[in-house]
Ligand binder design. Structure first.
Ligand SMILES: Nc1ncnc2c1ncn2[C@@H]1O[C@H](COP(=O)(O)OP(=O)(O)O)[C@@H](O)[C@H]1O
Ligand SMILES: [Mg+2]
Length: 463
């Protein structure tokens, strides 16, 4: 019998148990009902316990989930904040929703100021079509990479960036990343240029070497012929003097046929012209050889006036029929230098001067005879001073700060590459020197190079 029912019956019947079979039967049925009720309750309790355990487990998992998500978010925020690359989220109109602090470091724009800014206002006008093609491609394919374009720095300069992007079409968001590759690309270009120059230099020095030998023996032979003819003519004069009038008469026809007078008059000047031409070739070859070895090895004492004249020889092609050339070369001691590099610098200054004069002639029609490109050298305050002036177009103030920038040029393709003045600056800096510029638009320009005789360590190196 169910224990609770038994206790209740004992209290009710005070010790006597009922014997009536029907009552006993009823009590047994009640006891079964008690038991069934008990069983149900226990089952319910167990179910409840199970359910609450499950809820608790779910709650704990959810909490872990939230913590993991928060961790991921803060990690992502850390990457967003720390990335040296430019990161930004754009809407479908390419307006910035969020930008990372790199925008301030790289481009000078505070991220907060960029919110709402249209991307195209930051892109270089010449790169707009590239940018738009990239945007179109990312909306169509979902991804885009390796798009290179220039972005405007707050100070007005341009930085070259390599960009990649990915599109979240459902939310209409474009995630973009851009890496500043300005210096890298510049170095790549400079390296390629240096390699090209080196190859050209090697070629020039090889050719110069090859030309040198034949030029030398042609020169020797011309000198030999010139002396030989002189001797022959003297000999013929002597023979002529010994002849009788009869014999002279007999030879007259032969002399006429051979045009002897003409030969006597023309052979010496033609040979001296040939010698002159050969001297010019030899000069060019020497200039080429020096030009080809700009900075090879140690600095060595060199005559700057000679280097300047060599550069003029090499620039002759550019200067001819452009301007008169004047030189006023003072007496300057030998300077310990890389004379090849300096020759290249002078050559670039002459070529720039010629271009400037041409430009002014083009614009205002001044005849070339009224122009002058002047090179002067002197010693001043412990420096060798080389000045190259022109009566060309002048340098506008607006570009004054930029002319030494690598690849900066105002000249059309093929004429300018923007590498002349950077080379001049590098060479002058390598000699511890300075460059001054005086220029007036429509009047002309003077470049003044000051190269100290004394090295910075204070040792007097000039010979
Ligand atoms: N003598 C000069 N007169 C006027 N402008 C000059 C002169 N020299 C240089 N410049 C300016 O500086 C720019 C850069 O010169 P440079 O570095 O030699 O490159 P490039 O001659 O190939 O243009 C030129 O494009 C020109 O605008
Ligand atoms: Mg130049």
């Amino acid at each position: 019998m169910h224990s609770l029912l038994e206790r209740q019956l004992r209290r009710f019947f005070r010790g006597d148990s009922p014997t009536d079979p029907r009552t006993v039967q009823l009590l047994a049925a009640i006891s079964d009902a008690y038991q069934a009720f008990d069983d149900d309750r226990k089952l319910l309790e167990r179910t409840l316990a199970l359910a609450s355990q499950e809820t608790e487990e779910r709650y704990r998992a959810l909490q872990q989930d939230i913590a993991a998500r928060q961790r991921a978010e803060s990690e992502r925020d850390a990457f967003f904040l720390a990335s040296p690359d430019l990161l930004a989220i754009f809407d479908t109109n390419l307006r910035i929703i969020q930008a990372n602090p790199s925008w301030a470091h790289t481009l000078g724009h505070e991220p907060s100021e960029l919110v709402g800014v249209a991307f195209d206002t930051l892109v270089h006008p010449d790169d707009l079509s590239t940018a738009l093609a990239g945007a179109k491609s990312v909306t169509e394919t979902g991804h885009v990479r390796d798009i290179e374009l220039r972005l405007r720095h707050r100070d007005g300069s341009w930085r070259l960036v390599n960009t990649a992007g990915t599109m979240d079409t459902k939310r209409g968001l474009l995630f973009a990343i851009a890496r500043d590759v300005t210096e890298q690309r510049q170095m790549e270009r400079e390296l390629a240029q240096a390699q090209k120059l080196e190859a050209v230099g090697q070629l020039a020095s090889g050719v110069a070497h090859e030309i040198n030998t034949p030029v030398q023996y042609v020169g020797d032979n011309v000198s030999f012929s010139s002396d030989g003819f002189q001797t022959l003519f003297t000999y013929l004069d002597k023979v002529h003097a010994l002849l009788t009038p009869e014999q002279k008469k007999q030879l007259e026809d032969a002399a006429e046929e051979a045009d002897l007078d003409y030969l006597k008059a023309e052979i010496p000047p033609s040979l001296s012209e040939a010698k002159d031409g050969l001297r010019r070739v030899a000069e060019l070859v020497r200039a080429l050889k020096e030009f080809a070895h700009p900075d090879a090895g140690e600095k060595a004492p060199a005559d700057l006036n000679r280097a300047l004249e060599r550069a003029l020889v090499l620039a002759r092609g550019e200067l001819k029929h452009v301007s008169r050339i004047e030189t006023a070369l003072g007496s300057i001691p030998l300077l310990r230098c890389h004379v090849g590099g300096l020759s290249q610098a002078f050559l670039n200054l002459f070529v720039n001067a010629a271009h400037a004069v041409e430009e002014r002639t083009r614009v205002s029609g001044v005849s070339w005879k009224e122009h002058v490109i002047r090179a002067t050298t002197r010693v001043e305050g412990g420096d060798a001073v080389i000045a190259i002036s022109d009566t060309g177009c002048g340098i506008p103030d607006a570009i004054r700060d930029r002319i030494f920038e690598p690849f900066f040029t105002t000249k059309p393709m093929g004429k300018g590459s923007g590498q002349g003045l950077p080379l001049v600056r590098n060479v002058v800096m390598a000699h511890g020197g300075r460059i001054e510029i005086q220029s007036k638009v429509g009047e002309g320009t003077t470049f003044i190079l000051r190269l100290p005789f004394e090295t910075p360590s204070g040792i007097r190196e000039a010979a």
